[in-house]
Design a protein around this ligand. Structure first.
Ligand SMILES: [Zn+2]
Length: 195
């Protein structure tokens, strides 16, 4: 190893942990519109262990108005639009009614996404906003960024739910959660049925 290279390697070893620590992860901007459909709780680190990814099967506005109604008996912590806007509807510490499975209602954060499981409507803004939110949640509550802890609704309610559907690219999403600078190529995103 040349001296130059040795210095370079040494700098790299010293600098990288510092850089990682310096980068403070902030919660992305979101509006708060309260849903009445939740159980009060005091969840925090150690009690929030999963993130469940959903698609709304409709628009963001329709979702917010549905979750605001007591009669719907459903909710989620966050709703992410095609435009990348995020609306929080249940506080993280409380239990939203999104999973239909006791364990996950108790221990998960539910994130709804504008769009349909069977259609490829995902936008770059939406994926980036959702991943930024998930990055913050994982950091805040110590949730590992892997497929054991980040799951689709269809995976915890098989046979009953299909969201987020086959067009949700898990590898890309996990890469985005880990590194916001990850490139997104949605060029092959076109719905085959659409012209
Ligand atoms: Zn769902």
């Amino acid at each position: 190893m040349t001296r130059k290279l040795a210095v370079f390697v040494l700098l790299g070893l010293v600098a990288s942990p510092l850089l990682a620590d310096e980068k403070k992860i902030e919660k992305p901007k979101c509006d708060f519109v309260e849903s009445p459909n939740f159980n009060k709780d005091e969840r925090g680190k150690g009690k929030i262990n999963y993130i469940i990814i959903h698609t709304i099967e409709g628009t963001k506005d329709s979702c917010i108005s549905w979750f605001k109604q007591t009669k719907s008996q459903v909710s989620a912590h966050y709703v992410v639009g095609f435009d990348g806007s995020i609306t929080q509807m249940v506080k993280d510490k409380d239990r939203a009614w999104h999973a239909g499975v006791k364990l996950y209602n108790e221990e998960a954060i539910g994130i709804e996404h504008e769009g349909y499981a069977a259609k490829n409507g995902w936008t770059e803004k939406q994926l980036r906003a959702s991943a930024e939110l998930t990055r913050w949640l994982c950091h805040e509550y110590g949730i590992p960024i892997d497929r054991e802890h980040l799951k689709g609704h269809c995976e915890i309610a098989p046979g009953r739910k299909t969201d987020p559907g086959p067009y949700f690219k898990w590898d890309l999403y996990l890469a985005l959660v880990k590194d916001p600078k990850t490139r997104i190529d949605l060029s092959e995103k076109k719905d085959p049925e659409k012209k």
